[in-house]
Structure formats: C-alpha cells, structure tokens
Design a protein around this ligand. Structure first.
Ligand code: 04V
Length: 298
C-alpha cells in the first residue's frame, strides 16, 4: 500500500483546476519529486507507488493533467486545444503554485518523459534532477517500433488488430482481446494487473478526450496529434542530472529510448530486465533502489 497523502487539493490553472496530492513534507530539506504521468490523458494512480519515496525523506507530488482524474474535464473540447505547450504550462504552473520551484526533481513516465524533458530544456534553476522513464523521444520512431513489436505477436493477433483498425471498431471485444495480448507483453507483465494501474487504465476510457485527441485509441495505434512529434535533436540542451529508465520488454523499446541517453550529457540508463512499461510495478524493489540511489546523488 502507498502511504497516505499529507495534502490534497487543486490549484488554479487559468480558468481550470489541476488536482494534486502531496506525500511527505514539502520544503523539509529534500527536493520534491514531481510524478508526471503518461497518456496524455491518463492519471496519477498508476504512479502512486512512488509515494513511498516519502518514507526516505523525499516529498512526492502527484497530479492529474488537465482533462482527466481530479482535474478539470473538458469532454468534446476541440482536438486542437490539447497541445504539448498546454501541458508544459500546466506543469510549470503547478510547480510555482506549490512553492517548490527552488528545489524539485521531475519523474516523467511515458508521455510524461518528453513533457519533463521539454521543461528541463528551459533550464529552470531549481530543477535538481530529471528521470525519464519508459519514454518516447520521437513518435515516428515509436510507431516504427510498434510495427516491429506487433509483427512479433502471434499472427492472428496482429491480423485481428489490423482488421478492426481498418473498420474503426476499436471498442469491439475481439479488438480489445487482441490489444490485451500486446499489453500483457509490453505494458504490464504483472497479472492480474495491479489496482493502481487498473485505475488509470479505466480513467483513460472513462474520459478518452485527451488520449484520443493526442495519442489515439491505445498504445500501439497512435493516430492522434502527437503522431509526428519528436524532440530528437533538442535533448542536448538539457544540463540537469538525468536518469533514463526502461524495461527490456517495454513498448518503449531501447531504440525509442536511445536518444535520451545519446543526447543528454551524462545521462545514466537503467534497463529493468524483467519489466516492460511499468518497472515501478513489475520490479518494485529494484526500481526503488535505483531511483533512491539516483536521488541521493543530487
Ligand atoms: N502512454 C503513453 O504515454 C505512451 C507514450 C507513447 C504512446 N503512449
């Protein structure tokens, strides 16, 4: 079980509200670790195990990005509204509103990785460290790797996926069953799926506005506005101590993650051999050791 929150609430973000929770005490000596979830259009729930860092003295901030979870929902908002810049502004706003801009670390998972990388490129003086976990640096590269991973699925699975993608029947039982084969291999190898992951998974589809607009119907059929987006070639601007994390069986394959290691000066890369997209859930003890070792060096 993750430790109880010490505070929960919302901060104004323009005319909207961003929901957050704090575990531990902000400003008590160690930088706040800000957990930035993926999707976009997911929620903080699957990253809740990071709250245990507070037991070692690092306060942890979780938040739900605009559009999902406890933050303002905007169903039916035009797809063009949902931009990378919007979520960059929301993250910067949250950091300022919580008073942690002088001393914080970013933990960006999946889509949260490039979002945090973009934030780090602005060289905020109070950013002490950056963790890029299971993250794409280029969506075109992501899609190339998705095609390779799908080709390695049992032949009838990819055939089923293609047939329903051509028909647009993403909510058919047959498509969802085939999708699960991919997810059990490359998203979460723990069965049954942990409750925290299930919570975020269901939240995505309870209000798919953001996920569908920017990503698409699932992790491997990325047809949203991010499908051509890349930060490859810009990552060299980051001067923050950086830890890169991925899983050996991760949908964020080594090829997808490689630019973070190649371009960010001094970046250290840890690959979790028994994990896919969620090492913090698939190898929790090793994950905690790797992360706390990194944080102790900041
Ligand atoms: N869940 C996520 O954030 C991933 C990133 C690339 C496709 N979806």
């Amino acid at each position: 079980m993750s430790p109880e929150a010490s505070a929960k609430g919302t901060v104004p973000f323009g005319e909207y509200r961003t929901w957050y929770r704090v575990t531990g005490e902000l400003g008590a000596g160690r930088p706040a670790v800000v957990a930035v979830h993926g999707g976009p259009g997911s929620t903080h729930d699957y990253l809740l195990p990071l709250a245990r860092l507070a037991e070692d003295g690092w306060p942890v901030v979780h938040y739900d990005q605009l559009g999902n979870g406890g933050s303002t929902h905007l169903p039916g908002r035009e797809p063009e509204f949902w931009t990378v810049e919007l979520f960059e502004d929301e993250l910067a706003n949250l950091i300022e509103r919580l008073g942690i801009a002088d001393d914080y670390v970013l933990f960006g998972q999946s889509w949260g990785g490039p979002l945090c990388a973009r934030h780090a490129m602005t060289a905020p003086p109070g950013l002490r460290g950056l963790v890029v976990a299971n993250a794409p640096a280029s969506y075109p590269m992501w899609l190339e790797e998705m095609a390779r991973l799908r080709a390695a699925l049992p032949p009838e699975v990819d055939d089923t996926l293609r047939r329903h993608e051509a028909a647009g029947t993403y909510d058919s039982e047959e498509y969802l069953a085939a999708m699960r084969v991919f997810y059990d291999r490359h998203v979460c190898r723990v069965t049954p799926w942990p409750r925290d992951f299930l919570s975020s998974f269901m939240e995505i589809y309870n209000d798919p506005t953001v996920y569908y607009a920017m990503n698409g119907p699932n992790e491997f059929h990325v047809i949203g506005s991010l499908k051509d987006w890349s930060i490859v070639g810009d990552l060299h601007r980051i001067r923050t101590p950086t830890l890169v994390i991925s899983g050996r069986h991760d949908e964020a394959t080594p090829a997808v993650v490689q630019p973070y290691h190649d371009e960010i000066p001094g970046a250290r890369w840890e690959i979790f051999e028994e994990s896919s997209h969620l090492p913090h859930l698939e190898e929790p003890e090793r994950f905690r050791a790797v992360l706390t070792d990194f944080l102790k060096c900041l």
